[in-house]
Design a protein around this ligand. Structure first.
Ligand code: GLA
Length: 382
């Protein structure tokens, strides 16, 4: 059953009537600029076809009942007195979003809410951000309030940092909230200036799942962030966005080795994201591809967030794509997915090569899909 129909049926099943409000928010795949967002830098994602949907019927004064249809689990709390649950998993994304909306002065009503989605969790495609962004849309609509996409994204980001405790940047939520169909989005994560870049017609974006789910990523993620902050403090800048090669060079042997390498990745990927945006806009896949390959190597060697499976997949894709495009691990890291950008006439050959030569740790062929840049989040008909 299609996602919208599944959500509607699940909602009716759980609560006995159709929902009044429906929203959707896409996952994202980041083309380049990784772990740059919380360093005030640049990233260039597209929204993908997979998404999270929320259905809601507000009931003033009632508890908020929440059904996570894909998990067969539920939650119930008073929106006015919401707290985090230790080890609460998905519940803390919902609770955290309600809490942030309340802090922002929104009177979140109780009622009946259901969630369904088709973004595989732990694959680096931002299922949690899309859940938060879809929730914000539904709950704002219930409160009769309209917010700009960026405000929605920033509240959703705070929701993820709050109860779930991941000190994430703003890339995922901005990508989910503010992208445009058919376009990539260059985000200046400091000024929040956004530049849409039309995806050239004969360019295909392929996502291949390594089958390695991110393990302990939140701990590792927060560690990376602290290392970047240590490097920025040592270099005397507010954020690594403000650091350059000369500063890095001067810090050799003085800044600890680990923080030095983290900084080199961030400085390099910021530059690569800007260069890739220019290259993609000019339909220059040779340059785009080279930047993506460099970005993968930098993630592997300097940032320490790739795994043998994503290294292997990136190699396979890069070999099959040829010079006109490239591939790299995408997202938070430690497994997840690899993204490839290529000419459309290469898609079959690349798919064949990947399916012939890569097996997930479970021994199965990898999940693979071709993405058309999707539209950012919003309300939808049921
Ligand atoms: C995760 C975080 C983002 C970003 C990426 C890495 O997806 O949620 O904020 O830092 O990792 O680029």
């Amino acid at each position: 059953m299609m996602l919208a129909a599944r959500l509607r049926a699940g909602f009716v099943d759980a609560y006995g009537a159709a929902p009044h409000i429906n929203s959707r928010a896409p996952g994202r795949v980041n083309l380049i600029g990784e772990h740059t967002d919380y360093n005030d830098g640049f990233a260039m994602p597209i929204a993908i076809g997979a998404e999270t949907r929320v259905a809601f019927t507000p009931v003033a004064g009632a508890d908020l009942q929440v059904a996570a249809l894909d998990l067969g689990e539920c939650d119930r709390f008073s929106p006015a007195r919401v707290g985090a649950l230790p080890g609460g998993g998905w519940r803390n994304y919902v609770r955290g979003t309600v809490d942030e909306l309340t802090r922002a002065g929104i009177a979140v009503p109780g009622g009946m809410l259901a969630i369904a989605g088709n973004i595989a969790r732990g694959t680096g495609l931002s299922s949690s951000a899309s859940l938060e962004v879809a929730l914000v849309h539904a709950l704002l609509a219930a409160a009769g309030v309209e917010w700009p996409a960026l405000d929605i994204a920033l509240l959703a980001q705070r929701a993820e940092c709050g109860f779930p405790g991941v000190r994430c940047g703003n890339l995922d939520q901005i990508a989910s909230a503010a992208t445009r169909a058919g376009h990539a989005l260059l985000i200046d994560c400091r000024s929040l200036a956004l530049r849409t870049i039309r995806m050239p017609d004969d360019v295909a974006v392929m996502i291949v799942q390594s089958g390695v789910e991110r393990g302990l990523v939140d701990g590792e993620y927060n560690t990376r962030r602290s290392e970047c902050e240590r490097a920025a403090a040592f270099l005397g800048v507010a954020a690594l966005r403000d650091a350059d090669d000369a500063m890095l060079h001067a810090a050799i042997g003085r800044l600890d080795d680990r923080a030095w390498h983290r900084a080199r990745h961030v400085i390099g990927d910021n530059r690569r994201a800007l260069d890739a945006a220019r290259a993609l806009a000019a339909d220059d896949l040779i340059a785009t591809g080279r930047l993506m390959r460099d970005s993968h190597l930098s993630q592997a060697q300097d940032f320490g967030i790739t795994v043998p499976q994503t290294d292997r997949l990136a190699d396979l894709l890069n070999a099959a794509i040829g010079v006109d495009g490239g591939a790299r691990q995408t997202g938070g890291g430690f497994g997840g997915a690899v993204v490839g950008v290529m000419r459309r006439d290469r898609v079959d050959a690349v798919r064949d090569a990947v399916l012939a030569h890569y097996r997930t740790p479970a021994g199965t062929p990898p999940d693979l899909c071709i993405e058309v840049p999707a539209d950012g989040a919003g309300l939808v008909a049921g």
